[in-house]
Ligand binder design. Structure first.
Ligand SMILES: [Zn+2]
Length: 173
């Protein structure tokens, strides 16, 4: 169960979106919507998780900021779409875990292995809230903006019809 708490318009570098704030009893999730998406097919959809480094500290060690910018640009170009932002920092492990992995990453270890080495999950993210939000908007099918096919699989398991994938090529940025 997820409920819509409030909504409001936000002007971005890539057009005006309506933000819908959702709450499932534990966490807040945000949906940025442009245009008419209800009962629409092939709605561009980005499911994006928290990244404090990129979005607050302008880190250049990951591409989360660019991924968000590309998603907003693609949606602006299409005139409709939805970006769902989930509060699951550091693959759902929390920022503390991420800081613990930094020395291991400097030695060349992958992020996933480093999380496990310091006692966390390689990926603890849960995309069920995104599925519930898409169901609330009654989106008929989505074209996922992603380069991660796992995310697509998970949403499909929750009953979301994924009609296509729009890869995020960083050279579009
Ligand atoms: Zn990031």
């Amino acid at each position: 169960m997820i409920v819509s708490l409030a909504q409001g318009q936000i002007k971005t570098l890539y057009g005006t979106f309506t933000e819908h704030l959702f709450y499932d009893g534990i966490k807040e999730s945000h949906a940025l919507v442009m245009g008419q998406i209800t009962e629409q097919e092939d709605v561009l959809c980005r499911v994006h998780s928290s990244c404090i480094f990129a979005h607050h500290f302008n880190s250049v060690e990951c591409d989360c900021r660019e991924q968000m910018a590309i998603s907003q640009q693609l949606i602006q170009k299409a005139g409709k779409g939805i970006i769902i932002w989930l509060d699951q920092e550091a693959k759902g492990n929390g920022h503390y875990a991420l800081l613990q992995t930094l020395p291991l990453k400097k030695e060349g270890m992958s992020q996933a292995k480093a999380y496990q080495k310091v006692g966390f999950h390689k990926d603890k993210r849960d995309f069920s809230a995104a599925a519930k939000i898409l169901q609330q908007f009654k989106v008929a099918s989505i074209t996922m903006i992603t380069s991660n096919t796992n995310k697509t699989k998970t949403l499909t398991q929750y009953g979301i019809k994924v009609s296509g994938i729009q890869p995020t090529e960083l050279d579009q940025y």
